[in-house]
Design a protein around this ligand. Structure first.
Ligand SMILES: Nc1ncnc2c1ncn2[C@@H]1O[C@H](COP(=O)(O)OP(=O)(O)OP(=O)(O)O)[C@@H](O)[C@H]1O
Length: 263
């Protein structure tokens, strides 16, 4: 048996940031986008990241997902310290252990739904088992659209394909950046319910940046940023005074208004 130096608490966390600062530029033009942020995301939970414009949400997501490197502090994905990885190793980690869902879907237009979903496996040099792609499409309710191209699908269906693509590698964490930003209200709800399902039914970890309190109300927890710092950490799932999603959305909207007012 090998001994591990990683504490049990660490093993329960999909992603952990400690003392993360990120400064863009230098001298008098320096902008502190993140200022000593310490936050962790337990496995199997759904977290929303909110905050006024410019509060550091995208920067946090980029540092946590290994798309950018912090100026100070550290990031763990599972037990892997990202600072120790070369650019190549970081690319592999993103490809194999992280799923991404973006506002603009980012599907390749010339490929069918099944080919788009199979892409991460192909990029990782893995043999594409038909069953695996089919299963991922089944999980998002699109098994019958496998042969359709993005232009032949609605926005909501395209985002579900993107979620299937994020799921296909069984990643340790899925980062979603404004996943409903391009969708109407009803379609947004379908996509959010699906993200909720991937957490509840498949024990995935989802970290989602959003501006929308209703979207954030689908999460277990909302981390609020302001001026590059964690301003609040709202455990929606434990809020007995806000029993419904609508109540939680109201509370989240109120907190957001306070933070925006303070800006
Ligand atoms: N590449 C960059 N170069 C210089 N400054 C940057 C860069 N990226 C972000 N910033 C600055 O860092 C701060 C945080 O930006 P970030 O995009 O993380 O905020 P955000 O909360 O995601 O904002 P929004 O809600 O408007 O997308 C802002 O002041 C922004 O102008």
């Amino acid at each position: 048996m090998t001994t591990s130096t990683v504490s049990p608490a660490r093993m329960r966390e999909a992603v952990a940031l400690w003392g993360v600062s990120k400064t863009y530029g230098a001298g008098e033009h320096a902008v502190t986008a993140l200022d000593r942020v310490t936050v962790s995301f337990p496995r199997g939970t759904f977290t929303a990241i909110m905050g006024p414009s410019g509060s550091g949400k995208s920067t946090l997501l980029q540092c946590a997902a290994g798309l950018d490197r912090p100026s100070e502090g550290g990031v763990l994905v599972g037990e892997t310290d990202l600072a120790r990885l070369s650019e190549k190793a970081l690319t592999l980690l993103r490809r194999e252990r992280i799923g991404f869902v973006f506002q603009a879907f980012n599907l390749l237009p010339a490929l069918t739904a099944a080919q788009n979903v199979g892409l991460p496996l192909r990029l990782a040099g893995q043999r594409i088992e038909a069953g695996r792609v089919e299963a991922a499409l089944g999980e998002v309710g699109l098994r019958d659209r496998a042969g359709h191209r993005p232009s032949e699908m609605s926005g909501g269906q395209q985002q579900r394909v993107a979620i299937a693509r994020a799921l296909v590698t069984h990643p340790e964490v899925i980062f979603a950046d404004e996943p409903t930003g391009a969708l109407d209200t009803n379609t947004s709800r379908e996509v959010l319910a699906l993200l909720r399902k991937v957490v509840d039914a498949f024990a995935q970890t989802v970290i989602m940046v959003t501006h929308d309190p209703m979207a954030a109300a689908y999460a277990d927890r909302v981390v609020f940023l302001a001026d590059g710092r964690v301003a609040d950490d709202y455990l929606a799932v434990r809020d007995t005074h806000a029993p419904t999603r609508g109540h939680r959305a109201q509370r989240i909207a109120t907190r957001m208004a306070q933070l925006e007012g303070a800006n």
